[in-house]
Design a protein around this ligand. Structure first.
Ligand code: PEP
Ligand code: CO
Length: 454
Protein backbone atom coordinates (compact mmCIF):
# COMPACT_ATOMS: atom_id res chain seq x y z
CA UNK A 1 0.00 0.00 0.00
CA UNK A 2 2.91 2.38 0.45
CA UNK A 3 4.40 4.27 -2.49
CA UNK A 4 6.36 7.44 -3.12
CA UNK A 5 4.31 10.52 -2.26
CA UNK A 6 2.78 12.25 -5.29
CA UNK A 7 3.10 16.04 -5.51
CA UNK A 8 0.37 17.90 -3.64
CA UNK A 9 -1.12 19.31 -6.84
CA UNK A 10 -1.87 15.90 -8.40
CA UNK A 11 -5.61 15.88 -9.21
CA UNK A 12 -7.77 14.09 -6.70
CA UNK A 13 -9.70 10.95 -7.58
CA UNK A 14 -11.28 8.32 -5.31
CA UNK A 15 -8.11 6.24 -5.80
CA UNK A 16 -5.46 9.01 -5.72
CA UNK A 17 -4.65 8.05 -2.11
CA UNK A 18 -2.91 4.96 -3.49
CA UNK A 19 0.05 7.09 -4.58
CA UNK A 20 0.71 8.09 -0.97
CA UNK A 21 1.97 6.18 2.03
CA UNK A 22 -1.03 4.57 3.76
CA UNK A 23 -0.24 3.70 7.36
CA UNK A 24 -2.32 1.37 9.55
CA UNK A 25 -3.57 -0.83 6.69
CA UNK A 26 -3.86 -4.62 7.23
CA UNK A 27 -1.50 -6.96 5.39
CA UNK A 28 -4.20 -8.68 3.35
CA UNK A 29 -2.84 -12.15 2.53
CA UNK A 30 -4.92 -12.56 -0.64
CA UNK A 31 -5.07 -9.38 -2.75
CA UNK A 32 -7.27 -10.94 -5.41
CA UNK A 33 -9.88 -11.83 -2.83
CA UNK A 34 -9.65 -8.26 -1.49
CA UNK A 35 -10.17 -6.80 -4.98
CA UNK A 36 -13.20 -9.01 -5.58
CA UNK A 37 -14.79 -7.80 -2.34
CA UNK A 38 -14.00 -4.14 -3.05
CA UNK A 39 -15.52 -4.41 -6.50
CA UNK A 40 -18.66 -6.00 -5.02
CA UNK A 41 -18.87 -3.20 -2.43
CA UNK A 42 -18.57 -0.55 -5.09
CA UNK A 43 -21.74 -1.90 -6.73
CA UNK A 44 -23.80 -1.93 -3.51
CA UNK A 45 -26.16 0.89 -2.48
CA UNK A 46 -24.76 3.84 -0.54
CA UNK A 47 -25.41 3.71 3.21
CA UNK A 48 -26.04 7.44 3.51
CA UNK A 49 -27.00 10.15 1.04
CA UNK A 50 -25.13 13.25 -0.03
CA UNK A 51 -28.00 15.54 1.01
CA UNK A 52 -27.85 14.14 4.57
CA UNK A 53 -24.12 14.81 4.75
CA UNK A 54 -24.79 18.38 3.59
CA UNK A 55 -27.43 18.83 6.32
CA UNK A 56 -24.89 17.71 8.89
CA UNK A 57 -22.34 20.20 7.52
CA UNK A 58 -24.98 22.92 7.95
CA UNK A 59 -25.67 21.86 11.54
CA UNK A 60 -21.94 21.79 12.28
CA UNK A 61 -21.66 25.28 10.80
CA UNK A 62 -23.95 26.46 13.61
CA UNK A 63 -21.67 24.70 16.07
CA UNK A 64 -18.67 26.51 14.55
CA UNK A 65 -20.59 29.76 15.06
CA UNK A 66 -21.17 29.00 18.74
CA UNK A 67 -24.91 28.41 18.31
CA UNK A 68 -25.04 24.65 18.88
CA UNK A 69 -23.11 21.85 20.58
CA UNK A 70 -21.84 18.58 19.09
CA UNK A 71 -22.34 15.28 20.91
CA UNK A 72 -20.39 12.49 19.20
CA UNK A 73 -20.64 9.18 21.00
CA UNK A 74 -20.66 5.42 20.70
CA UNK A 75 -18.49 2.32 20.81
CA UNK A 76 -14.75 2.33 20.48
CA UNK A 77 -15.26 -0.57 18.08
CA UNK A 78 -18.54 -2.11 17.01
CA UNK A 79 -18.51 -5.87 17.01
CA UNK A 80 -20.08 -8.65 14.96
CA UNK A 81 -21.00 -10.68 18.03
CA UNK A 82 -22.53 -7.92 20.19
CA UNK A 83 -24.94 -6.87 17.45
CA UNK A 84 -28.53 -6.71 18.70
CA UNK A 85 -31.54 -4.46 18.29
CA UNK A 86 -31.59 -3.89 22.06
CA UNK A 87 -27.94 -2.81 22.04
CA UNK A 88 -28.61 -0.24 19.30
CA UNK A 89 -31.77 0.99 21.03
CA UNK A 90 -29.97 1.39 24.35
CA UNK A 91 -27.11 3.31 22.74
CA UNK A 92 -29.60 5.62 21.10
CA UNK A 93 -31.43 6.06 24.43
CA UNK A 94 -28.31 7.28 26.18
CA UNK A 95 -27.43 9.61 23.29
CA UNK A 96 -30.97 11.06 23.40
CA UNK A 97 -30.82 11.45 27.18
CA UNK A 98 -27.46 13.21 27.04
CA UNK A 99 -28.59 15.49 24.26
CA UNK A 100 -31.74 16.48 26.19
CA UNK A 101 -29.61 17.29 29.24
CA UNK A 102 -27.20 19.36 27.16
CA UNK A 103 -29.94 21.23 25.32
CA UNK A 104 -32.11 21.81 28.38
CA UNK A 105 -29.16 22.61 30.63
CA UNK A 106 -27.26 24.86 28.27
CA UNK A 107 -30.01 26.24 26.03
CA UNK A 108 -28.33 25.31 22.75
CA UNK A 109 -29.34 22.65 20.20
CA UNK A 110 -27.33 19.44 20.30
CA UNK A 111 -26.07 17.95 17.05
CA UNK A 112 -26.12 14.18 17.52
CA UNK A 113 -23.53 12.00 15.79
CA UNK A 114 -23.02 8.33 16.70
CA UNK A 115 -19.80 6.36 16.50
CA UNK A 116 -22.09 3.77 14.98
CA UNK A 117 -23.12 1.92 11.81
CA UNK A 118 -19.55 1.57 10.52
CA UNK A 119 -17.13 2.14 13.42
CA UNK A 120 -15.27 -1.15 13.07
CA UNK A 121 -11.65 -0.57 12.02
CA UNK A 122 -9.00 0.15 14.66
CA UNK A 123 -5.52 1.66 14.36
CA UNK A 124 -2.99 -0.22 16.48
CA UNK A 125 0.24 0.79 18.18
CA UNK A 126 1.96 -2.35 16.83
CA UNK A 127 1.18 -4.45 13.73
CA UNK A 128 1.77 -7.63 15.72
CA UNK A 129 0.91 -8.90 19.16
CA UNK A 130 3.08 -11.41 21.05
CA UNK A 131 1.89 -13.78 23.72
CA UNK A 132 4.01 -16.57 25.20
CA UNK A 133 6.53 -16.33 22.37
CA UNK A 134 3.86 -16.43 19.62
CA UNK A 135 3.70 -13.43 17.23
CA UNK A 136 0.39 -12.84 15.41
CA UNK A 137 -1.12 -9.90 13.50
CA UNK A 138 -2.77 -7.46 15.89
CA UNK A 139 -6.56 -7.37 16.08
CA UNK A 140 -7.66 -4.50 13.80
CA UNK A 141 -11.39 -4.66 14.42
CA UNK A 142 -14.06 -7.14 13.29
CA UNK A 143 -14.00 -5.60 9.81
CA UNK A 144 -10.48 -7.06 9.35
CA UNK A 145 -9.86 -10.07 11.60
CA UNK A 146 -11.07 -11.87 14.72
CA UNK A 147 -10.19 -10.97 18.30
CA UNK A 148 -9.28 -14.57 19.30
CA UNK A 149 -5.52 -15.06 19.62
CA UNK A 150 -4.89 -17.80 17.07
CA UNK A 151 -3.33 -17.71 13.65
CA UNK A 152 -6.48 -18.46 11.64
CA UNK A 153 -8.59 -15.94 13.56
CA UNK A 154 -6.06 -13.14 13.21
CA UNK A 155 -5.60 -13.60 9.45
CA UNK A 156 -7.12 -10.54 7.70
CA UNK A 157 -10.21 -11.73 5.82
CA UNK A 158 -11.75 -9.39 3.19
CA UNK A 159 -15.19 -11.01 3.39
CA UNK A 160 -15.40 -9.21 6.74
CA UNK A 161 -15.64 -5.91 4.83
CA UNK A 162 -18.92 -7.12 3.34
CA UNK A 163 -20.21 -8.28 6.69
CA UNK A 164 -19.37 -4.87 8.19
CA UNK A 165 -21.20 -3.14 5.33
CA UNK A 166 -24.33 -5.25 5.86
CA UNK A 167 -24.24 -4.82 9.63
CA UNK A 168 -23.91 -1.06 9.12
CA UNK A 169 -26.93 -1.12 6.79
CA UNK A 170 -29.08 -2.95 9.37
CA UNK A 171 -27.89 -0.68 12.15
CA UNK A 172 -28.75 2.40 10.13
CA UNK A 173 -32.12 0.97 9.23
CA UNK A 174 -32.96 0.58 12.91
CA UNK A 175 -31.55 4.00 13.78
CA UNK A 176 -33.69 5.64 11.11
CA UNK A 177 -36.77 3.79 12.38
CA UNK A 178 -36.10 4.75 16.01
CA UNK A 179 -35.32 8.40 15.29
CA UNK A 180 -38.13 9.04 12.81
CA UNK A 181 -40.78 6.56 13.96
CA UNK A 182 -41.86 7.88 17.37
CA UNK A 183 -39.25 6.43 19.73
CA UNK A 184 -37.33 9.73 19.90
CA UNK A 185 -40.52 11.78 20.45
CA UNK A 186 -39.86 14.31 23.20
CA UNK A 187 -43.04 13.22 24.99
CA UNK A 188 -41.24 9.91 25.64
CA UNK A 189 -38.38 11.60 27.46
CA UNK A 190 -39.06 9.52 30.63
CA UNK A 191 -39.06 6.24 28.72
CA UNK A 192 -35.41 6.61 27.70
CA UNK A 193 -34.29 6.22 31.31
CA UNK A 194 -33.37 2.57 31.74
CA UNK A 195 -34.33 0.69 34.92
CA UNK A 196 -30.77 0.18 36.12
CA UNK A 197 -30.15 3.91 35.77
CA UNK A 198 -33.42 5.16 37.27
CA UNK A 199 -32.49 4.34 40.88
CA UNK A 200 -29.07 6.03 40.73
CA UNK A 201 -28.49 9.72 41.62
CA UNK A 202 -27.95 10.54 37.92
CA UNK A 203 -31.10 8.63 36.95
CA UNK A 204 -33.20 10.52 39.52
CA UNK A 205 -31.69 13.82 38.45
CA UNK A 206 -32.51 12.93 34.84
CA UNK A 207 -36.11 12.08 35.78
CA UNK A 208 -36.46 15.47 37.45
CA UNK A 209 -35.30 17.21 34.25
CA UNK A 210 -37.60 15.01 32.16
CA UNK A 211 -40.50 16.06 34.44
CA UNK A 212 -39.68 19.73 33.88
CA UNK A 213 -39.62 19.19 30.12
CA UNK A 214 -43.02 17.50 30.27
CA UNK A 215 -44.45 20.38 32.26
CA UNK A 216 -43.02 22.83 29.72
CA UNK A 217 -44.67 20.88 26.90
CA UNK A 218 -48.04 20.88 28.72
CA UNK A 219 -47.65 24.60 29.34
CA UNK A 220 -47.07 25.26 25.64
CA UNK A 221 -50.12 23.16 24.79
CA UNK A 222 -52.20 25.08 27.31
CA UNK A 223 -51.06 28.29 25.58
CA UNK A 224 -52.63 26.99 22.38
CA UNK A 225 -49.53 25.73 20.57
CA UNK A 226 -50.36 22.61 18.57
CA UNK A 227 -47.48 20.33 19.53
CA UNK A 228 -48.63 17.63 17.11
CA UNK A 229 -47.65 19.91 14.24
CA UNK A 230 -44.12 20.59 15.52
CA UNK A 231 -42.06 17.88 13.81
CA UNK A 232 -38.92 18.83 15.77
CA UNK A 233 -40.61 17.48 18.88
CA UNK A 234 -41.36 14.10 17.34
CA UNK A 235 -38.28 13.25 15.30
CA UNK A 236 -34.54 13.75 15.65
CA UNK A 237 -31.59 13.58 13.30
CA UNK A 238 -28.91 11.19 14.51
CA UNK A 239 -25.99 11.06 12.11
CA UNK A 240 -23.36 8.32 11.73
CA UNK A 241 -19.58 8.57 11.93
CA UNK A 242 -16.48 6.42 12.01
CA UNK A 243 -12.74 6.66 11.57
CA UNK A 244 -11.98 6.51 7.83
CA UNK A 245 -9.14 4.04 8.33
CA UNK A 246 -9.45 1.31 5.69
CA UNK A 247 -9.08 3.32 2.54
CA UNK A 248 -10.04 0.51 0.16
CA UNK A 249 -13.40 0.18 1.94
CA UNK A 250 -13.98 3.95 2.01
CA UNK A 251 -13.09 4.28 -1.66
CA UNK A 252 -15.49 1.47 -2.59
CA UNK A 253 -18.36 3.35 -0.92
CA UNK A 254 -17.54 6.70 -2.48
CA UNK A 255 -20.13 7.95 -4.98
CA UNK A 256 -20.60 11.02 -7.13
CA UNK A 257 -23.72 12.97 -6.16
CA UNK A 258 -26.04 13.24 -9.15
CA UNK A 259 -27.37 16.58 -7.92
CA UNK A 260 -24.12 18.50 -7.42
CA UNK A 261 -21.44 16.35 -9.08
CA UNK A 262 -19.52 16.32 -5.76
CA UNK A 263 -17.97 13.14 -4.37
CA UNK A 264 -19.25 11.76 -1.07
CA UNK A 265 -17.99 8.88 1.03
CA UNK A 266 -21.37 7.22 1.52
CA UNK A 267 -20.19 4.82 4.26
CA UNK A 268 -21.18 7.43 6.89
CA UNK A 269 -22.26 11.04 7.21
CA UNK A 270 -19.10 12.13 9.04
CA UNK A 271 -15.62 10.62 8.73
CA UNK A 272 -12.67 11.33 10.91
CA UNK A 273 -8.91 10.94 10.58
CA UNK A 274 -7.27 9.37 13.63
CA UNK A 275 -4.34 10.74 15.58
CA UNK A 276 -2.09 8.11 13.94
CA UNK A 277 -3.11 8.78 10.33
CA UNK A 278 -3.20 12.58 10.05
CA UNK A 279 0.12 12.96 8.11
CA UNK A 280 -0.21 15.94 5.78
CA UNK A 281 1.18 14.02 2.78
CA UNK A 282 -0.32 10.68 3.76
CA UNK A 283 -2.99 8.64 2.02
CA UNK A 284 -5.75 9.31 4.57
CA UNK A 285 -5.56 13.08 4.24
CA UNK A 286 -5.35 12.75 0.45
CA UNK A 287 -8.49 10.60 0.30
CA UNK A 288 -10.55 12.87 2.52
CA UNK A 289 -9.60 16.10 0.74
CA UNK A 290 -11.77 15.03 -2.19
CA UNK A 291 -14.99 13.93 -0.49
CA UNK A 292 -17.46 16.56 0.59
CA UNK A 293 -18.63 14.96 3.84
CA UNK A 294 -18.03 16.84 7.06
CA UNK A 295 -14.67 15.66 8.45
CA UNK A 296 -12.97 15.34 11.79
CA UNK A 297 -9.30 15.17 12.73
CA UNK A 298 -8.10 13.81 16.07
CA UNK A 299 -5.31 15.86 17.60
CA UNK A 300 -3.01 14.31 20.20
CA UNK A 301 -0.08 15.91 22.03
CA UNK A 302 2.28 15.50 19.05
CA UNK A 303 0.19 17.95 16.97
CA UNK A 304 2.16 20.91 15.69
CA UNK A 305 0.45 24.33 15.27
CA UNK A 306 1.95 25.10 11.82
CA UNK A 307 1.20 21.62 10.55
CA UNK A 308 -2.34 21.95 11.82
CA UNK A 309 -2.85 25.22 9.94
CA UNK A 310 -1.54 23.51 6.79
CA UNK A 311 -3.85 20.56 7.39
CA UNK A 312 -6.85 22.89 7.70
CA UNK A 313 -5.84 24.58 4.42
CA UNK A 314 -5.61 21.20 2.75
CA UNK A 315 -8.85 19.71 4.09
CA UNK A 316 -10.89 22.89 3.87
CA UNK A 317 -9.28 25.29 1.38
CA UNK A 318 -12.60 27.10 0.84
CA UNK A 319 -13.04 27.57 4.60
CA UNK A 320 -16.55 26.10 4.51
CA UNK A 321 -18.03 26.40 8.01
CA UNK A 322 -18.98 22.95 9.35
CA UNK A 323 -16.67 21.07 6.99
CA UNK A 324 -13.95 20.54 9.60
CA UNK A 325 -14.13 19.48 13.24
CA UNK A 326 -10.90 19.36 15.25
CA UNK A 327 -11.05 16.86 18.09
CA UNK A 328 -8.52 17.51 20.84
CA UNK A 329 -7.46 14.36 22.79
CA UNK A 330 -4.46 15.46 24.78
CA UNK A 331 -4.87 13.78 28.16
CA UNK A 332 -5.76 15.64 31.34
CA UNK A 333 -2.17 16.65 32.14
CA UNK A 334 -1.32 17.91 28.66
CA UNK A 335 -4.39 19.82 27.53
CA UNK A 336 -3.43 23.09 29.25
CA UNK A 337 -0.02 23.14 27.57
CA UNK A 338 -0.73 21.63 24.14
CA UNK A 339 -4.17 22.92 23.17
CA UNK A 340 -3.74 26.74 23.37
CA UNK A 341 -1.04 26.96 20.63
CA UNK A 342 -3.29 24.91 18.33
CA UNK A 343 -6.30 27.11 19.05
CA UNK A 344 -4.23 30.19 18.25
CA UNK A 345 -2.80 28.71 15.02
CA UNK A 346 -6.28 27.92 13.70
CA UNK A 347 -7.54 31.37 14.72
CA UNK A 348 -4.60 33.05 12.97
CA UNK A 349 -5.29 31.04 9.82
CA UNK A 350 -8.94 32.11 10.08
CA UNK A 351 -10.45 28.63 9.74
CA UNK A 352 -14.10 28.31 10.83
CA UNK A 353 -13.71 24.94 12.57
CA UNK A 354 -15.68 23.16 15.26
CA UNK A 355 -13.48 22.52 18.30
CA UNK A 356 -14.44 19.34 20.16
CA UNK A 357 -12.84 17.40 22.99
CA UNK A 358 -12.30 13.65 23.14
CA UNK A 359 -11.49 13.30 26.85
CA UNK A 360 -11.08 9.52 26.60
CA UNK A 361 -8.12 8.55 24.41
CA UNK A 362 -5.45 10.56 26.23
CA UNK A 363 -6.47 9.16 29.62
CA UNK A 364 -6.22 5.40 29.12
CA UNK A 365 -4.01 3.39 31.44
CA UNK A 366 -3.32 -0.24 32.33
CA UNK A 367 -4.86 -1.11 35.70
CA UNK A 368 -3.04 -3.50 38.06
CA UNK A 369 -5.80 -6.07 37.39
CA UNK A 370 -4.61 -6.24 33.77
CA UNK A 371 -7.57 -4.31 32.31
CA UNK A 372 -7.12 -1.21 30.18
CA UNK A 373 -9.26 1.50 31.76
CA UNK A 374 -9.94 5.22 32.23
CA UNK A 375 -11.03 7.10 35.32
CA UNK A 376 -14.18 9.21 35.11
CA UNK A 377 -12.48 11.98 37.11
CA UNK A 378 -9.63 12.15 34.57
CA UNK A 379 -12.16 12.36 31.74
CA UNK A 380 -13.89 15.29 33.48
CA UNK A 381 -10.52 16.92 34.24
CA UNK A 382 -9.61 16.93 30.57
CA UNK A 383 -13.04 18.31 29.62
CA UNK A 384 -12.65 21.14 32.13
CA UNK A 385 -9.14 21.83 30.75
CA UNK A 386 -10.59 21.95 27.25
CA UNK A 387 -13.31 24.44 28.28
CA UNK A 388 -10.75 26.63 30.04
CA UNK A 389 -8.36 26.66 27.07
CA UNK A 390 -11.17 27.46 24.63
CA UNK A 391 -12.63 30.22 26.81
CA UNK A 392 -9.18 31.78 27.36
CA UNK A 393 -8.69 31.86 23.58
CA UNK A 394 -12.17 33.23 22.89
CA UNK A 395 -13.14 30.02 21.07
CA UNK A 396 -16.51 28.25 21.42
CA UNK A 397 -16.01 24.84 23.13
CA UNK A 398 -18.12 23.18 20.50
CA UNK A 399 -18.44 19.53 21.37
CA UNK A 400 -17.58 16.34 23.15
CA UNK A 401 -16.53 13.04 21.59
CA UNK A 402 -16.86 10.03 23.89
CA UNK A 403 -16.82 6.25 23.94
CA UNK A 404 -19.91 4.94 25.72
CA UNK A 405 -22.51 2.25 25.79
CA UNK A 406 -26.09 2.15 27.04
CA UNK A 407 -25.30 -0.99 29.04
CA UNK A 408 -24.36 -1.34 32.68
CA UNK A 409 -20.72 -2.24 31.97
CA UNK A 410 -17.75 -1.85 34.33
CA UNK A 411 -15.02 -0.66 32.01
CA UNK A 412 -14.21 2.88 33.22
CA UNK A 413 -13.47 3.56 36.88
CA UNK A 414 -15.32 6.09 39.04
CA UNK A 415 -18.68 7.80 38.79
CA UNK A 416 -21.11 8.47 41.64
CA UNK A 417 -21.94 4.77 41.94
CA UNK A 418 -18.27 4.17 41.82
CA UNK A 419 -16.79 1.48 39.59
CA UNK A 420 -13.73 0.21 41.48
CA UNK A 421 -10.69 -1.69 40.21
CA UNK A 422 -12.16 -4.87 41.67
CA UNK A 423 -15.33 -4.39 39.56
CA UNK A 424 -13.55 -4.24 36.19
CA UNK A 425 -13.74 -8.00 35.67
CA UNK A 426 -17.52 -8.08 36.28
CA UNK A 427 -18.70 -6.59 33.01
CA UNK A 428 -15.72 -5.70 30.86
CA UNK A 429 -17.24 -6.26 27.40
CA UNK A 430 -15.57 -3.80 25.04
CA UNK A 431 -13.84 -5.03 21.89
CA UNK A 432 -11.21 -2.36 22.26
CA UNK A 433 -11.15 0.69 24.58
CA UNK A 434 -13.13 1.03 27.85
CA UNK A 435 -16.48 2.85 27.51
CA UNK A 436 -18.49 4.96 29.92
CA UNK A 437 -21.60 3.14 31.12
CA UNK A 438 -25.03 4.78 30.97
CA UNK A 439 -24.80 6.32 34.47
CA UNK A 440 -21.31 7.72 33.89
CA UNK A 441 -22.51 9.09 30.54
CA UNK A 442 -25.42 10.94 32.17
CA UNK A 443 -23.07 12.30 34.80
CA UNK A 444 -20.77 13.59 32.05
CA UNK A 445 -23.71 15.25 30.28
CA UNK A 446 -24.86 17.01 33.48
CA UNK A 447 -21.36 18.28 34.18
CA UNK A 448 -20.81 19.33 30.56
CA UNK A 449 -24.08 21.30 30.60
CA UNK A 450 -22.80 23.06 33.74
CA UNK A 451 -19.53 23.85 31.95
CA UNK A 452 -21.44 25.19 28.96
CA UNK A 453 -23.49 27.48 31.20
CA UNK A 454 -20.09 28.72 32.38
C1 PEP B 1 -10.61 6.17 18.47
O1 PEP B 1 -11.32 7.20 18.39
O2 PEP B 1 -11.08 5.05 18.76
C2 PEP B 1 -9.15 6.33 18.30
C3 PEP B 1 -8.37 5.32 17.98
O3 PEP B 1 -8.76 7.58 18.53
P1 PEP B 1 -7.36 8.34 18.31
O4 PEP B 1 -7.12 8.37 16.84
O5 PEP B 1 -7.66 9.68 18.91
O6 PEP B 1 -6.31 7.58 19.08
CO1 CO C 1 -11.07 4.05 21.21
Amino acid sequence: MTAAAAPLDTPWSPSSWKRRPAVQQPEWPDLEALDAVLSELSGLPPLVFAGEARSLTDSLASVAEGKAFLLQAGDCAESFSAFTADGIRDKLKIILQMSVLLTYGAGVPTVKVGRIAGQFAKPRSSPTESRDGLDLPSFRGDIVNDFAFDAAARRPDPTRLLRAYHQSASTLNLLRAFTKGGFADLTRVHAWNQDFVAASPEGRHYDAVAGEIERALRFMEACGIDLEKESQLHQVDCYTAHEALLLGYEQALTRQDSLTGGWYDCSAHFLWIGDRTRQLDGAHVEFLTGVENPLGVKLGPSSDPDELAALCDRLNPERVPGRLTLISRMGKDKVAEHLPPLLRAVQRADHPVVWACDPMHGNTFGHASGYKTRHFDDVMDELRGFFTACRDAGVWPGGVHVELTGENVTECLGGTEEVLGTHLEQRYETMCDPRLNARQSLDLAFQTADLLRG
